[in-house]
Design a protein around this ligand. Structure first.
Ligand code: ACO
Length: 433
């Protein structure tokens, strides 16, 4: 045993908070959760009201800019998001370069990073072109903003720099559905579909996935609205793992395409965005309702996880789970009831009566929406994508808030409690025992 390095002990109080149970890293005005009371509000508006009256893009505007848009603002925002839905035709080659059975989340995560390579403000090698053009006098004032990335770019607060930031936001929200639809179609060996005009955000997404060359094809309006409600429910959830990842990554002042790719990777895990997929795999493995008690016993022995239950913040039912149930009823009227529904209900009822789960305050979270996605015909491994696409909005809202906060951005650099060896002397390989 050597000595402990001095600087590990002389820095005053250091808090070891594994999993950030009690650490607040931001002041935020975006989303409010009361986990004991089961309350979720976006910018002060209860999620139940938004799910009933709003739509995903209106809610996106609210989350990003702090207030509900006027009619004109809403129309313009929707037009711009949909306008940015088109991606460069090179992206087709990019998607075709994946293995035939690549997980769609792997494709989507890579695609967000790939997107950044197209935009000069995110790609230093393209910036050379801007320098050249500006030398030749081709660019108007604002070029300085384009030439720098991160904090210098955004916190200047000039109309030009805000315009660049908002264009990045429009691009990412607009192209998220297109990239996701491309990941969907390439898996099926189908050609890609250009984003249509005249449809809503979710309508366009369904069109790009479903369209098989039929004339006058329009998505089913009940399913379109249901997907829109689910998108709205998933748009934000304050500082969950993926949003925190976006901020952590963004704090190095990297471009937002890279930060969103990092958030997407974080969401992929089964404890977070992969849970909606895990719920269905769990229900399939349980099979019939009569197998539920044996499954719950295995969970109690810690041999299995009860996916779709439990939450770091909610210690009562997740308020989104009630809206998911109502949405499921509407979807099942169109698609028919999913055969796993009986098993899901038996599992819910048994767990909610069992002291093991109630004493740990484990209740259903939003991830039972996997049953709706399954009824709508989406393949299992596409479910996390259906979470990531709407969450792009929340990621960007938090990122925008951080970039514009008073005093600028400080790089997120947590400390550790070093518990390894003290100083040791190097031993040449032939002298080691
Ligand atoms: N199944 C069985 N036991 C559970 C579950 C579960 N789903 N969730 C928590 N527990 C138990 C833990 O074992 C622990 O028991 P113990 O005190 O006897 O050791 C107790 O409940 C407290 O749980 P923690 O793990 O401390 O809770 P934490 O806040 O760290 O984890 C998490 C939250 C990751 C969501 C967890 O509940 C979980 O794994 N759930 C299943 C996966 C899931 O549905 N994730 C989606 C989350 S929501 C979202 O991202 C949309």
């Amino acid at each position: 045993q050597g000595e402990r390095p001095e600087n590990e002990t002389d820095k005053g109080l250091r808090i070891a908070d594994k999993g950030y149970l009690n650490t607040a890293v931001m002041r935020s005005e975006i989303t409010y959760i009361d986990g004991e009371a089961g309350i979720l509000r976006y910018r002060g508006y209860p999620i139940e009201q938004l799910a009933l009256h709003s739509n995903h893009l209106e809610t996106a505007y609210l989350l990003l800019y702090g207030s509900l848009p006027t009619k004109d603002q809403a129309t313009l925002f929707e037009e711009e998001v949909l306008h940015h839905g088109v991606v460069h035709s090179d992206a087709e080659q990019f998607f075709r370069s994946f293995r035939y059975d690549a997980h769609p989340m792997a494709m989507l995560t890579s695609a967000f990073a790939y997107l950044g390579s197209y935009y000069a403000e995110a790609n230093p090698s393209l910036q050379g072109m801007y320098i050249l053009s500006s030398l030749l006098g081709w660019l108007t004032p604002g070029t300085d903003d384009i030439l720098c990335t991160g904090q210098t770019l955004y916190t200047k607060g000039s109309p030009e720099s805000l315009a660049i930031m908002d264009k990045q936001i429009l691009r990412l929200i607009g192209k998220a559905t297109t990239l996701a639809a491309m990941a969907y179609r390439v898996r099926q060996g189908r050609d890609f579909v250009t984003p249509p005009t005249g449809l809503s955000y979710t309508g366009s997404f369904l069109y790009q996935m479903d369209h098989l060359g039929q004339e006058n094809y329009v998505p089913n309006p009940v399913l379109e609205r249901a997907l829109d409600v689910l998108f709205l429910l998933h748009a934000d959830h304050e500082l969950n793992a993926s949003s925190t990842t976006v901020l952590q990554t963004g704090s190095s002042l990297v471009d937002p395409y890279s930060a969103i790719a990092a958030g997407c990777a974080s969401l992929y895990g089964p404890l977070h965005g992969g849970a909606n997929e895990a719920v269905i795999r769990m229900l399939i493995s349980i099979g019939k309702p009569e197998n539920v008690p044996a499954f719950l016993e295995a969970v109690k022995r810690r041999e299995k996880v009860l996916s779709g239950f439990g939450h770091r913040v909610y210690k009562t039912s997740d308020p989104r789970s009630f809206i998911v149930r109502k949405t499921a009823d509407e979807v099942f009227k169109v698609t028919g009831r999913d055969e796993l529904l009986e098993t899901a209900m038996a599992l819910h009822d048994a767990a909610m009566k069992d002291e093991y789960f109630t004493s740990r305050k484990l209740a259903p979270n939003v991830d039972f929406c996997g049953l709706i996605y399954r009824a709508m015909g989406f393949p299992l491994d596409f479910f996390p994508v259906l979470f990531a696409v709407p969450r792009v909005v929340g990621w960007l809202a938090h990122w925008r808030q951080m970039m514009l906060q008073d005093g600028g951005v400080k790089i997120w650099r947590p400390r550790q409690i070093y518990v390894g060896e003290g100083k040791r002397e190097y031993v040449p390989v032939d002298q080691r025992v």
